[in-house]
Design a protein around this ligand. Structure first.
Ligand code: SAM
Length: 238
């Protein structure tokens, strides 16, 4: 077992045998633990030295660690909300030269920014950028995904009217679930700090809770004493 004692806090998520793993890691790191759980695999998160002005748990960096557990070199992945292309570029790196990224956005400016980012990083030839709603994903993707990412809401600093909407988000998340391969993952980041984000979060809560647990494990990672902070769902296919 690795020595986590010099890195803290530790955040552990697991469906099976959670308690023992949490207790062992927490004891080793000499910290408390208070974790909510779902998922068929064990995920262990460590964060380097804590900055006291920041929240203990950085959900966005955890988001990436979830993805890393499922993305394969040469895999096919999708960024369902391209925006400025940060996630698209990260996914393109993760799948390597033999992999492929499909990325969607409804704004031409998003495609332009993302294209520039990918070209600068030498990643453009492994990405297909699609100017269309993610609700139409099944028109473009005809192969299984090892990962799919939704970063809902609007572009920071951009046009707030171009936000994702619960009706199309529902269709798109259903499409993503139908595309995800065995051992794959779909991550959906939700921003309840604005009205439509709250509606999307509630809709996804209800929809994802009804997924067949023999096929999928669905986790919701949320800072429960900060209800307007972003949170995410991880949908893992067995
Ligand atoms: N992941 C992005 C990044 O790394 O910069 C940020 C995504 S931003 C929070 C949400 C994006 O979703 C916006 O660029 C917005 O235009 C896009 N969007 C809104 N509705 C959409 C839809 N129906 N289909 C695809 N993208 C959509």
């Amino acid at each position: 077992m690795p020595d986590f004692s010099r890195e803290f806090p530790i955040f552990v998520i697991s469906l099976e045998k959670t308690d023992n793993l949490q207790k062992r890691l927490a004891k080793q790191a000499k910290i408390g633990y208070n974790i909510s759980i779902c998922g068929a695999k064990k995920h262990v998160f460590t964060q380097k030295k804590r900055n006291h002005s920041m929240p203990n748990i950085d959900l966005l960096s955890m988001h990436k660690q979830f993805l890393q557990n499922h993305i394969k070199e040469g895999g096919i992945v999708a960024d369902f909300t391209m925006g400025n292309g940060h996630d698209t570029a990260w996914l393109a790196e993760a799948v390597g030269p033999g992999g492929h990224v499909y990325a969607f956005d409804i704004q031409e400016a998003a495609l332009e920014h993302t294209r520039a980012r990918l070209e600068e990083a030498g990643l453009a030839d492994r990405c297909t950028l699609i100017l269309d709603s993610h609700a139409n994903a099944l028109d473009y993707i005809h192969e299984p995904l090892c990962a799919g990412v939704f970063n809902l809401g609007y572009l920071p600093g951009g046009d707030r009217t171009k936000t994702t909407l619960h009706e199309s988000t529902r269709i798109a998340v259903e499409a993503a679930i139908s595309l995800v391969d065995r051992d794959g993952i779909i991550l959906v980041a939700v921003y309840p700090g604005h009205e439509e984000g709250t509606v999307e979060g509630n809709m996804l809560d209800e929809m994802l809770a009804s997924l067949d647990r023999r096929k999928f494990s669905v986790s919701r990672l949320r800072i429960i004493n900060s209800p307007t902070s972003p949170f995410f769902f991880a949908i893992e296919r067995h």
